[in-house]
Write a protein that binds this ligand. Structure first.
Ligand code: HEM
Length: 191
């Protein structure tokens, strides 16, 4: 196992980072699925209010989980990218991670601003709600709704590319990209 001046080289993400990663992934996918379902439901469908409530509540959780993850990162040691990646793969992976992070923060903000544009708070769970702090006008609300849709589908496409790249490096290239983000005690090789 390789060592650095401060101890053994970090080759896996920490259990807390792994927990954040999969909880965020799950909440983003669930929110997207609910959003797509919502789009197909008529306004008077009895499921519409429930689907909208779940969409907003789970989407808000994705936002706060991402904020918590970023704070956690300040104290956590992140494994460096695998040395076996080409220069292009390393740049693409880093850019994808930054864009995914930004999208998971910006997307819920656009949804929040659309939802509070009429001045009403967004009910979450356990009596919690998001207060209507800013009320945007109709034109801006429509623009934000369009941005919400574009960012949501862009995010889904990027999640697909990110997941396929991780599986390709793990399975086809014999790397450990996916394993680094899965729980396990055994240190991985310094590839
Ligand atoms: C990771 C978080 C989120 C994702 C991936 C996401 C994704 C989506 C998707 C795919 C749609 C359907 C777009 C279409 O095809 O028309 C949608 C609609 C919508 N989203 Fe989100 N969203 C997220 C967070 C939020 C949040 C936090 C809120 C509000 C607090 C919100 C409010 C809305 C609203 C009001 C709509 C329109 C619903 C309707 O058609 O009645 N979203 N979202």
């Amino acid at each position: 196992m390789a060592h650095t001046a401060t101890g053994p080289a970090v080759t896996r993400y920490s259990p807390v980072s792994i927990g954040f990663h999969w909880m965020i992934a799950l909440s983003v996918l669930a929110t997207a699925a609910l959003g797509i379902w919502l789009d197909g439901l008529g306004y008077y469908d009895p499921w519409q209010p429930r689907a909208l409530w779940m969409h907003r509540a789970i989407g808000t959780s994705a936002f706060f989980l991402m904020l918590l993850k970023l704070f956690w990162r300040l104290y956590d040691r992140k494994p460096p990218l695998e040395k076996a990646l080409t220069r292009f793969e390393a740049i693409a992976a880093t850019a994808t991670h930054h864009i995914l992070t930004l999208a998971v923060l910006v997307l819920p903000i656009t949804g929040y601003l659309v939802s509070t544009s009429s001045g009403s708070a967004v009910p979450l769970a356990f009596g919690l709600e998001l207060p209507a702090l800013v009320q945007v006008g109709n034109a801006l609300r429509d623009g934000l709704m369009q941005a919400h849709v574009v960012i949501a589908y862009g995010l889904l496409a990027l999640v697909g590319i990110h997941a396929m790249a991780a599986v390709k490096h793990q399975v086809l290239d014999g790397g450990q990209t996916l394993q680094r983000m899965l729980p396990g005690r055994r240190p991985l090789g310094d590839r």
